[in-house]
Design a protein around this ligand. Structure first.
Ligand SMILES: NC(=O)c1ccc[n+]([C@@H]2O[C@H](COP(=O)([O-])OP(=O)(O)OC[C@H]3O[C@@H](n4cnc5c(N)ncnc54)[C@H](OP(=O)(O)O)[C@@H]3O)[C@@H](O)[C@H]2O)c1
Length: 273
């Protein structure tokens, strides 16, 4: 199976041959919206891909490992999703450039980008990152994926997003990014995480800058908090399922024109910065 070829219903999609998915100039003859989800091989990213697929999107499964990517594409297709694989390591500019080229060939444009790929960084016992002894290489690695990776991917696919009538960008943030919640005594925000939490605060700040820059362009850019979800990321601690964690991102990925941009949302509504 070549999972970089889209499994579109008409069976004509060839993501590797240089044409668009359905032979039209923008690959949109049937109005199908195309999404890219980074880190979609498992966890919340997989659930976002499944959720968008269930809503009729054609979904690019961005993943860095070939076997995990192929398995996710196969699972999504078995569930009826029009999925195709997008080799993608968000920390590698060459990989990101190639992913954007593949999307251009497969779909000719991009309607939804979900920047989901993220890492917590090395933790001490008790899921804890002590700022007073922080290994700067841990911080660099977390920022490289959670912040620089998002900027790298967004900028690479922005020309494709600009070809959409209703482009949406969703960045997977976290409630721990909220400085208001971090600073509130007894907020129950969880342990000190000196690399991970600030990386998501930085991501929120970047999200606002994109929203400001793209205001009036039709591109809506927002940050989503999934809540505490049982995935590899949390060692499967957390009361929420990946599907529940995906809900806020799916909602922001499918906002109507004129919807909010530059916001930070969880299921219950806006999160204080
Ligand atoms: N779980 C939670 O409670 C929670 C709470 C708040 C926010 N979040 C955020 O939600 C997002 C997804 O988390 P999750 O719980 O689903 O985590 P997860 O199960 O660990 O999945 C993370 C995904 O990101 C991918 N990834 C990591 N580095 C990458 C890179 N350099 N290039 C491409 N893909 C990369 C992983 O791929 P591999 O399989 O190749 O490693 C995996 O597909 C993250 O941004 C996280 O910060 C999670």
């Amino acid at each position: 199976m070549d999972e970089t070829k889209s499994g579109t219903k008409n069976g004509t999609a060839d993501g590797t041959a240089g044409g668009t998915a359905d032979g039209t100039a923008d690959g949109t003859a049937d109005g199908t919206r195309t999404a890219l989800v980074t880190g979609a091989n498992k966890g919340i990213g997989y659930a976002i891909a499944a959720g968008l697929g269930a809503l009729g999107h054609r979904v690019g499964v961005g993943a860095r490992d070939a076997d995990r990517r192929a398995a996710a594409v196969a699972r999504l297709r078995a569930a009826g999703v029009d999925a195709f694989g997008v080799p993608l390591d968000v920390t590698d500019q060459e990989s990101v450039t190639a992913a954007a080229e593949l999307l251009g060939r497969v779909a000719g444009r991009l309607d939804v980008l979900v920047n989901n790929a993220g890492v917590p960084g090395e933790m001490g016992p008790g899921w804890f990152q002590d700022p007073t002894g922080l290994d700067l290489d841990v911080l660099r690695a977390v920022l490289e994926t959670n912040v620089l990776g998002v900027i790298r991917v967004t900028n690479a696919v922005l020309p494709l997003l600009r070809r959409s009538g209703s482009p949406r960008v969703v960045n997977l943030s976290s409630g721990v990014a909220s400085l208001t919640r971090q600073a509130a005594p007894g907020s129950g925000i969880g342990p000190v995480m000196a690399a991970y939490a600030p990386s998501k605060t930085f991501l929120n700040a970047v999200t606002v800058q994109y929203a400001r820059q793209l205001a009036g362009s039709g591109v809506l850019v927002n940050a989503a908090c999934p809540g505490l979800v049982a995935t590899d990321f949390t060692g499967f601690h957390g009361s929420r399922t990946p599907e529940q964690g995906a809900a806020a991102a799916v909602r922001l990925a499918t906002l109507p024109d004129g919807g909010p941009s530059g916001g930070f949302f969880e299921d219950a509504g806006p999160i204080p910065w």
